[in-house]
Structures are given as C-alpha cells and as structure tokens.
Design a binder for this molecule. Structure first.
Ligand SMILES: [Zn+2]
Length: 366
C-alpha cells in the first residue's frame, strides 16, 4: 500500500509518499480501505513537528500519521465480525484499555493508558489502516467519506462539549473560534439541538469565515466590546454556555462578563499555553462552572452517530477536502490558522475497482 510517512520530526516537508507492506488485522481488529482522513492540529501537526502532547509517544520511524478517518472495511481479523467486510465506516482514533477505573466508568477519554491511532500505532494517512473493531461506526449511505471523517474527528468532542455545557433547546451558547474545525461542528450541532448560537471569530481578518453556519449572530473576537455585542443578542441575562477552543487570555477577559448566572465555560484547547488569572468569586457567587473536555467517549460517539442518523451534518463549506498529495500544504494552512472548518485528505484507492476507472478513451482510428 501507499502511505504518507515521516522519518523524522520537522516541518511539513518531512511528509513523503512511501510504499509499505499491507497491514494485516489481528484479533478483534478490522482493516479499513481509507477514503478520507482529517488533518488534526494537535494530533497530527504538533506530532509531525515533534511538539507535545503526543510527539514523545511516537515509537519508531517511519511513522504514519492520521487519526479519525472513513472508508470501507476490506478485511477482518480473528474474532471480528466478517459481516463488516464491504461496509462503509467511520473510525474513532481513541484507544482505551477498557479495564482502568475511567474505562469502567465509561469515561474512555480519561483512560490511564489513553492512546491514539496515528500516534501510538500506525495511522490513516495510508491506503489501508488496521483499527480495533470497537472503534468503528457504520455510516448511513448518504454521508460522504470526507463528511464522515470530519464528523468522526470533531462530532464526539462537540457532543461532549454540549453535554458538559448543558446546551439544549432554548439555551444560548457562544462558540469562540467558530470558523475552526471543532468550533464549526459545535456551533452547527448546538443549532441542531435547538440552541441559539453566537459565533465568535476574527471577522475583520477573515471576512465571511462564519458564512454558512446556522448562527443567531456572528461577532468579531477582535472587537473591543465583545460583551456589549453579546448582550445585544441575549439581553441582560448573558450566555448560558461559552465553548472556548482557543484558551487565549485576552479573549477570555472579553467574554468572561457575558456568562449568565449558572453559566458554564467549556474549554477544549489552550493554544497560547499562557496561564490565566481567574477570579474565583463570581464562580460561586453566580453558580457558574468551568469544565474541561478532552474528547468524546464511546457513549458520546454512539450519540453523535444517532444525531447524524437524525439529519445532523457539518455544513459543507466547513469540510475542506483535498487530494492527499497536498498534505504538506494542508498542514501549513491549518498551522497558520487560515484554513476554514475541517481539512480532509482524500486517499486514492489501493486497488481500483472497475467502477472507479472513470475515463476509458476509445482511441481507435475511424
Ligand atoms: Zn482505560
């Protein structure tokens, strides 16, 4: 099979195309013929660059990156269900032990030996990827592979954020970084749940970056008076939930006063790594909460695919599919923060079926 590999940590130029032996599924595993794979900022890009939190856990080179993906099962190992062969699936990259205290509580995201496909084992920037059978979800026929990969990548996390934030019909949620891959998914899923959604992003710098999201309001995060802009939408009550995927101190100080009594701030990112001085007083005087969400667990993954069966999709403008030959450019764009929504690499089939050969030219002279 062909795969995109790295032989050392470094810039996007260390990603190169290589020929590797076809991987074979072991007990409880299935092999997926990959059609689409997400480009993930922390899981792929930081790892490729040799940065924490995951680069130190790459065991050997050449290494194949690639976490959540979608494709068709083409082989199964012993004990795996042979009826899965030929089925269209999406794959979660989360690897959990199943036996630790967190796993017994069905909180696999806090597993004491938490791992990821694409970090702790060979990933899905490849024509074939072997994964645990427990990590796959069957796809409805009308969900494209790029949409499925994007849903698998961000859907369970967004679902976990909205559950933690108590976001439902009638509530107001503000999403910081709403044009990003996770932000756009959380904003769209919150609206699908019946919430009123305020999207915040750098509108002056990236005009139109929130177009296509089902928002009650789009607000420029660089504006001086973010709280005033939010109050225009919510009135004096404020927002019931803030989803902050950036963790930038300057932005925190701008939205902090917008949070309603009993409001929840949900954080799933800290790109600046700056410590944040927090006034604890309002948290207890106003019954507010600050909640960290790492990723979705198996319960939230199953719930996400029920949302998809009920019609939830990420707006197509926020699924940016491109050929896998351009993986280096995709890494550059995501790293620079100029991509919109979820970047997805489309992987060509290892062994084209006859139906995949589109252009048969009849060149016989007449
Ligand atoms: Zn565990």
């Amino acid at each position: 099979m062909k795969a995109l590999v790295i032989e050392e940590f470094g810039g996007p130029e260390v990603i190169r195309l290589a020929e590797l032996a076809d991987p074979e599924p072991d007990a409880g595993e299935v092999r997926v013929k990959v059609s689409a794979v997400v480009v993930a900022r922390t899981k792929d890009i930081a790892t490729r660059a040799g940065r924490p939190p995951f680069a130190g856990q790459v065991r050997s080179f050449p290494h194949v990156l690639g976490t959540e993906h979608a494709g068709e099962v083409d082989a199964v190992g012993p004990d795996a269900d042979p009826a899965l062969i030929g089925r269209r699936v999406a794959v979660s990259a989360v690897l959990a032990c199943g036996t630790c205290r967190a796993c017994r509580m069905r909180r696999e995201e806090a597993c004491s030996s938490f791992g990821l496909i694409g970090v702790h084992r060979s990933g899905s920037y490849a024509q074939l990827c072997v994964v645990p059978e427990s990590g796959i979800s069957l796809l409805p026929d009308d969900v494209s592979f790029p949409q499925a990969a994007a849903l698998a990548g961000n859907g369970p996390v967004a679902r976990a954020q909205l559950d933690a934030g108590g976001v439902g019909p009638g509530s107001t949620v503000m999403v910081i970084g709403a044009a990003g891959a996770l932000g756009a998914t959380a904003a769209a899923l919150a609206a699908h749940r019946g919430a009123q959604v305020i999207g915040v992003d750098r509108l002056a710098l990236k005009p139109g970056c929130l177009d296509g999201l089902p928002l009650a309001a789009a607000v420029d995060g660089d504006a001086d008076d973010l709280t005033g802009a939010v109050r225009d939408v919510t009135g004096e009550w404020g927002v019931d939930c803030v989803i902050d995927n950036l963790g930038i101190a300057a932005v925190w100080h701008k939205y902090r006063d917008s949070l309603a009594d009993m409001g929840r701030i949900v954080v799933s990112g800290a790109i600046s790594h700056d410590p944040l001085p927090i006034q604890l007083l309002p948290f207890y005087l106003r019954s507010q909460s600050l909640i960290g969400v790492r990723t979705g667990n198996r319960t939230q993954i199953a719930a996400l695919w029920r949302d998809v069966a009920a019609g939830f999709r990420i707006p197509e403008a926020f699924v940016d599919a491109m050929p896998w030959e351009t993986a280096g450019d995709a890494h550059r764009a995501v790293e620079a923060g100029i991509s919109r929504g979820q970047a997805v690499l489309e992987v060509p089939p290892a062994r084209p079926k006859k139906s995949d050969i589109l252009h048969i030219v009849d060149y016989r002279p007449r």
